[in-house]
Design a binder for this molecule. Structure first.
Ligand code: SF4
Ligand code: SF4
Length: 304
C-alpha cells in the first residue's frame, strides 16, 4: 500500500517518462475563486462570438461534474519553445501553430500516460483533457504549482515560460498535493499591456477577445474588424515581450518542429495558394482550425 507521497512521486516520474516537461498535482476542489472572474469576463462580452464559453459554467468550476468522485487533477506541461523562426517576409503565425496540431500529439501522450498509471494503480478512474471540454487549465496548473498568471492572462512557468501546452488528467484517487507558487511575479512590469497593439488587455489579467488578434484571426467567423498587424494566424506579441519568455528554456521537441512552409511562405505565396494545396500541406496543422477561406480573409486583412 503506497502512501500519498509515494503515489505522487510515481505519477510525476511516469509523466516525465512519457515526455512531459513538468507535472504538478492539485486537489480537485471547486474553483470558487474563479467564479466571479469568469462571470465578469462573460458579462462584459469579452468572449466575443465564442458562445461556447458561456456553456457549462458550473462544469468549468466543479471537477466533480467532469469526473465522478474526482479527487486529484494531474497537470502536465509540454514546452513547444524552439529556436525555429519565420523568415522576415512571412506573414506571422503564432509559434504554437508552426508545426503539427498539438491536440493530436498530446492526446496520444496523455492516453499512454493514463494507461500506464492504470497498470500501476488498477483502482484509478478518470479522464484526460487537452484543451477540450470545459476546464480552466491555467487555474489547475497554478494550483498544481507549475506557474502563475501573467498580466497578459497567459500562464507562465518559471522554467518554460508561456510557450507551453497544458493538459490534465482528473482522477478519483487521492495523492499528495503541490502548493501554488507564492509571489508577485509581474511586479511593476507592464510590457504585455503596453505591447499589445490593439489594447486588448483592458486591465491586468483581462483580455477582451474582440480586440485580440488571436481571436480575430482564428475564431471569428465574420469579417475581422481590427488591424491584425501582420499576423496571419494567432498573435504572440504579449508573449514575446514578456521577460520570462526571453529566458525560458528552449526544448526543441522534435514532435513540435515547424512545417517548413509555415516558416518560409511569403505574402504572395499565401495569396496564391489554392485550396487543394493548402489542405495537402496543412492537413495536420492547427491552421486547419481556421480553414482555407479564413486564412485567405486574414491575408486580405493584413493588406488593408
Ligand atoms: S495575443 Fe496579441 S492582440 Fe491578443 S492580447 Fe496578446 S498582444 Fe494583444
Ligand atoms: S510582460 Fe511583464 S506584466 Fe506581462 S506577463 Fe510578462 S512579466 Fe507580467
Amino acid at each position: 500500500m503506497s502512501t500519498l507521497s509515494e503515489i505522487s512521486k510515481i505519477v510525476k516520474s511516469q509523466a516525465v517518462q512519457f515526455g512531459f516537461d513538468a507535472c504538478g498535482i492539485a486537489r480537485a476542489d471547486y474553483l470558487g475563486n474563479r467564479k466571479n472572474v469568469l462571470k465578469s469576463w462573460l458579462d462584459k462580452g469579452y468572449n466575443a462570438s465564442m458562445n461556447y464559453m458561456e456553456n457549462h459554467f458550473e462544469k468549468r468550476l466543479n471537477p466533480q461534474l467532469l469526473v465522478e468522485s474526482a479527487k486529484s487533477v494531474i497537470c502536465v506541461l509540454t514546452s513547444y519553445n524552439s529556436d525555429a523562426r519565420q523568415s522576415a517576409a512571412a506573414p506571422k503565425i503564432a509559434r504554437y501553430a508552426l508545426g503539427f496540431d498539438y491536440h493530436v500529439i498530446i492526446r496520444k501522450k496523455l492516453n499512454d500516460f493514463f494507461v500506464s498509471l492504470k497498470k500501476t494503480f488498477p483502482q484509478i478512474n478518470g479522464r484526460g483533457f487537452v484543451d477540450s471540454a470545459p476546464i480552466l487549465e491555467r487555474e489547475w496548473a497554478v494550483r498544481a504549482g507549475l506557474g502563475w498568471y501573467g498580466k497578459s492572462a497567459a500562464f507562465i512557468s518559471p522554467v518554460f515560460g508561456s510557450f507551453v501546452f497544458l493538459s490534465e488528467l482528473i482522477v478519483d484517487i487521492e495523492m499528495e498535493y503541490d502548493k501554488p507558487l507564492k509571489g508577485n511575479f509581474c511586479g511593476a512590469c507592464n510590457k504585455c499591456i503596453a505591447g499589445c497593439p490593439n489594447s486588448a488587455i483592458t486591465e491586468p489579467y483581462v483580455v477582451n477577445s474582440q480586440k485580440c488578434i488571436a481571436y480575430q484571426t482564428i475564431e471569428n467567423r465574420n469579417e475581422i474588424n481590427i488591424p491584425s498587424h501582420g499576423w496571419l494566424f494567432g498573435c504572440d506579441i504579449c508573449l514575446q515581450v514578456c521577460p520570462y519568455n526571453k529566458c525560458a528554456k528552449i526544448c526543441n521537441h522534435e514532435e513540435f518542429q515547424p512545417v517548413a512552409e509555415t516558416l518560409d511562405m511569403s505574402f504572395d505565396d499565401w495569396e496564391n495558394i489554392g485550396e487543394d494545396d493548402f489542405k495537402k500541406i496543412f492537413a495536420k496543422s492547427p491552421l486547419m482550425r481556421a480553414g482555407y477561406e479564413k486564412i485567405k480573409q486574414n491575408i486580405k486583412n493584413i493588406k488593408r
